[in-house]
Design a protein around this ligand. Structure first.
Ligand code: OOB
Length: 526
């Protein structure tokens, strides 16, 4: 395959090395400092299990060797489908050392997404949590199935670990991980992140956020997502010698007692969860958990309302940081020294001096200062192309290598960005990205659906919710029927339309396209 990975042009690679962004280290070596300096410090806490740096490292090395013994090695893809379990981390470091490439499915993904990822990435192994191991039957072409937990008819991941040689390992310019896109239309695209670029991503983020060996990071969001994984997230924490505390879900009833028990100092949430935490902390005379150890709350993935942002300091007694990022690369952070108004009302500014951000009109012309337009970006940790997507890449990147984010932003004179919306068809439901086209295509397969438009409706809690506008074929389908139909196709629950409205016809734009904006207004007014 020639379109697996689009490298940075040599003059850029040279510059990124010269400026110290790329250090030619692989992610497998990330634990080495921790193992050398603090072998007995706790790296990961998962329920009753506590693994030291030495233990995590040893598990990773044995797993890398065991995978190699089964013929899984450099360049092979491994589809990883795990919630926040300690094994996620031993597996990631095993793959980083062995050179096989994790493809990070999200825990809510079901048959449609898993089948799609299997086709696109042609993985040799599927590593799945026991609760969704039946999905392995949907992808019989994958040679190995390894289960975390009760393996049933498959092989337990624990039984893969072995003595021996983990193999030659990857080079620093090799792909380290394939992340899923949230920002593009259609089914998820795969985002090839190299060891060099991702190592910079997490190291620079850890530095900006002041992560060190005293950091105790709560992974409340699923680690398969870039934000809790590497911004700075669990990998940033481990690179700094801190402790990662895993949380099964971000419900305050689960998370708050863990924060107290493990003296958690930092975490990351999507905006709807920030609201839930704020409400829980305000109401909680009876909720006895002491969360005073928490110093830093990062909010990102979708737009956080300024009113919610302003409550964070007083209610949770911690510092808020807004993070506007994308799995494709670019990260923007508000800084600890920023004035309150910047922290509450903007999505921060780029992580790196060499993040080149352009804000352009529909004709790719720069907008006047302060006006809004689409954000384009290139830089030392922003990809130059999706994995195996030559055709899509021609549209998603400019000729000179800028990624078209599809985000509508404006820049303040002080350099901060404010995200105002999207120019592409993705509904951002509280950080979960719903590819509109995918859901529409599935709904179109329903016999009672003649035509459909799935549209985002503004919502105080989620930012947006989804509404499916349907033109019926014969009798109108009910929402219940449509949801049953989607579930039958096995799609992630967050993609199910929150509302269904049946119409006789769609409003159209001047050129005859479905007018999604007036559909959205229609629903707001009703
Ligand atoms: C993060 O990554 P993705 O790949 O799931 O989604 C990226 C898209 C962005 O293009 C933007 O549309 C939206 O999510 N977004 C935000 C935002 N952060 C992301 N929109 C408004 N305000 C924000 N703070 O979502 C992601 C990756 C790394 C760090 C944080 C978030």
């Amino acid at each position: 395959m020639t379109d697996d990975f689009t490298p940075w042009p040599p003059e850029f690679a040279q510059r990124y090395r010269a400026r110290g962004y790329w250090r030619d280290r692989t992610l497998g070596t990330l634990l080495d400092d921790g193992v050398r300096r603090w072998p007995t410090r706790t790296a990961v806490v998962d329920g009753d299990r506590r693994w030291t740096y030495a233990e995590l490292n040893e598990k990773a090395i044995r797993l890398a060797a065991g995978l190699r013994a089964r013929g899984i090695g450099h360049g092979d893809r491994v589809l990883v489908h795990l919630p926040n379990l300690a094994e996620f981390l031993s597996l990631m470091f095993a793959l980083f050392r062995n050179g096989a490439i994790p493809v990070l499915a999200l825990p809510p993904h079901r048959r449609t997404e898993i089948v799609h990822l299997a086709r696109l990435a042609t993985p040799v192994a599927y590593v799945v949590a026991s609760e969704f191991r039946d999905l392995a039957h949907a992808v019989p072409e994958i040679e190995h199935v390894f289960v975390v937990g009760e393996p049933g008819e498959f092989t337990a991941l624990d039984d893969v670990a072995d003595e021996g040689d983990p193999g030659p390992g990857p080079g620093p310019d090799d792909v380290a991980v394939l992340l899923l896109s949230g920002g593009t239309t259609g089914l998820p695209k795969l985002i090839p992140r190299t060891h060099n670029d991702y190592e910079f991503n997490l190291r620079a983020s850890a530095k900006l956020c002041g992560f060190d060996s005293d950091t105790r990071y709560l992974a409340a969001l699923p680690m398969a997502h870039n934000f809790p994984l590497a911004c700075p997230g669990v990998l940033g924490t481990l690179s700094a010698g801190g402790t990662v505390v895993l949380c099964a879900d971000a419900d305050p009833r689960t998370a708050f007692p863990l924060i107290e028990a493990e003296r958690v100092t930092a975490t990351a949430l999507v905006p709807p969860l920030v609201l839930v935490w704020l409400d829980a902390a305000e109401e909680s005379e009876e909720a006895t958990a002491d969360i005073s150890s928490l110093n830093l709350l990062q909010a990102g993935g979708a737009r956080l309302k300024a009113e919610a942002a302003r409550r964070v300091g007083p209610v949770l007694d911690c510092v808020l940081q807004q993070v506007y990022g994308m799995a494709e690369g670019l990260l923007n952070y508000t800084r600890f020294r920023d004035p309150e108004a910047i922290v509450n009302e903007t999505q921060g500014r780029p992580l790196c001096m060499d993040d080149e951000v352009r804000i352009v009109t529909a004709d790719d012309e720069p907008v006047p200062a302060g006006a809004s337009g689409e954000l384009l970006v290139r830089g030392p940790y922003t990809i130059r192309g999706y994995y195996r997507a030559a055709e899509h890449n021609a549209a998603a990147f400019t000729a000179d290598g800028f990624y078209r984010s599809g985000d509508l932003v404006r820049r303040l004179p002080s350099g901060e960005l404010v995200v105002e919306g999207r120019v592409k068809d993705v509904i951002n439901r509280g950080g979960d990205k719903i590819p509109v086209e995918e859901v529409e295509n599935l709904l179109l397969c329903h016999p009672a659906v003649h035509d459909v438009a799935v549209v985002g409706i503004p919502d105080d809690v989620m930012g947006e919710r989804s509404c499916a506008f349907v033109i019926a074929r014969g009798t109108s389908p009910t929402r219940k029927e449509l949801l049953a139909h989607l579930r039958e196709h096995g799609v992630a629950a967050f993609k199910l339309p929150d509302k269904v409205r049946v119409l006789k016809s769609f409003p159209r734009t001047a050129v005859g396209k479905v007018d999604r904006e007036s559909l959205s207004t229609l629903e707001i007014r009703s």
